[in-house]
Design a protein around this ligand. Structure first.
Ligand code: NAD
Length: 358
């Protein structure tokens, strides 16, 4: 019996979490769910969107399955998702992006793995609000040190990139490649412009790559990478990126394989793992029983593998693949047009998968 923390999240989170929970239970793997609410509704009730009990639960159970959680834009609380990754030192965000037969996309046979550094870069949360005393101090110091003029009405976000975190994530990319018989790792950066942050990422990645001579290594500048992924994604295999580029390129890769409804993810550290879809809480679809649960169900497949339940994971993935290939019990986003009257609901997709698992 595994005990797993289940965070349903907010927005569409609870609907897709329920669908995923039912499907995972139908695989026959014995899981005791420790259900922990977090997110925007919890903020209203408990004064924080991420109560300590949620973190304690993950620390106790080591593994969590998580629905998306809303982050207010510009103002309000900071991202629960980013905070969880930092507090639990979930330094790696693993996002496999693979095309399933029957998906409506311009591309075929795509099998990319995006590996995103999860703890630093512009997501470190080191920011100075426009007009604050601290922002003024930082601006004055930078103006003095660099001779460049930062305008006094600027807000500041800091981008730290360390050798420590880069080594760790690039090593993860190579170890993952070895274990999963992948051939090539591509490191992505903007080292031509940000010489001391992205430049350090690239230099460190190159040094780590030297210790893995059995796996090909190359690098790409992030803008070129985006263009290349749109034009010839089949040239790429495992892609390792700092936090911000990783976030953006993950969505791009999700688009290539047919949309956010199909892109799973895992946040991994030395001690803990939190599995969640790439997509967010899509608030406008909340409570409509309409959105695609497959990204979260496929995150559940990653979780089953992590728990060592390989047979169940493989069976569930095969069933999802056959459901997509048949094209009948799929949600609106996988139909020819979004208003297709034959689109299945979230819960019907789960029912159809459970039926196939029987
Ligand atoms: P989003 O991913 O929530 O939704 C963007 C659009 O993608 C939706 O309007 C919808 O058209 C489509 N989409 C997303 N998930 C889908 C699904 N399962 N099935 C079908 N279509 C789907 O992105 P957003 O609108 O930029 O963000 C909404 C909120 O989610 C924000 O507050 C954001 O901060 C948060 N967010 C959370 C996470 C997380 O919890 N890890 C990740 C990304 C965004």
């Amino acid at each position: 019996m595994h005990t797993v923390t289940l965070i349903p999240g907010d927005g569409i989170g609870p609907e897709i979490s329920e669908a995923t929970k039912r499907v995972i239970e139908a695989t026959g793997v014995a899981i005791k769910w420790d259900i922990q609410e977090a997110g925007i509704d919890v903020f209203e009730k408990e004064g924080t969107p991420l109560p300590q009990r949620v973190i304690d639960s993950i620390k106790k159970n080591k593994v969590a399955l998580k629905g998306p959680i809303t982050t207010p834009v510009g103002t309000g609380f900071r991202s629960v998702n980013v905070r969880l990754r930092q507090v639990l030192d979930l330094y790696c965000c693993l996002r496999p992006c693979k095309t399933f037969k029957g998906t409506r996309t311009r591309y075929e046979d795509i099998d990319l793995v995006i590996i995103r550094e999860n703890t630093e870069d512009l997501y470190a949360g080191i920011e100075f609000k426009k007009g604050s005393a601290d922002a003024k101090k930082i601006i004055d110091l930078i103006n003095e040190l660099t001779g460049k003029i930062i305008r006094p009405d600027s807000g500041i976000s800091i981008k730290p990139i360390s050798v420590y975190a880069t080594e760790r994530i690039v090593r993860f990319a190579f170890e993952y490649s070895r274990k999963n018989k992948r051939k090539k790792v591509t490191a992505v950066h903007k080292a031509n412009i940000m010489k001391y942050s992205d430049g350090l990422f690239l230099e460190t990645a190159r040094n780590v790559a030297k210790t893995y001579p059995d796996i090909e290594f190359e690098d790409r500048i992030v803008d070129n990478m985006c263009m290349q992924l749109v034009q010839k994604p089949e040239l790429y295999d495992v892609i390792v990126l700092p936090n911000l580029y990783g976030d953006i390129v993950s969505d791009l890769a999700a688009g290539i394989i047919g949309g956010l409804g199909l892109a799973p993810g895992a946040n991994l550290g030395e001690e803990y793992a939190v599995f969640e879809p790439v997509h967010g809480s899509a608030p406008k679809y909340k409570g409509l029983n309409k959105v695609n649960p497959l990204a979260m169900i496929l995150s559940g497949v990653l979780m089953l593998k992590y728990l060592g339940e390989f047979k169940a994971a493989e069976r569930l993935e095969t069933v999802v693949a056959s459901l997509i290939a048949e094209g009948k019990h799929v949600t609106y986003d996988m139909k020819p047009t979004p208003d297709d009257p034959t689109a299945a609901t979230t819960s019907i997709v789960a029912d159809a998968i459970i039926e196939k698992l029987r």
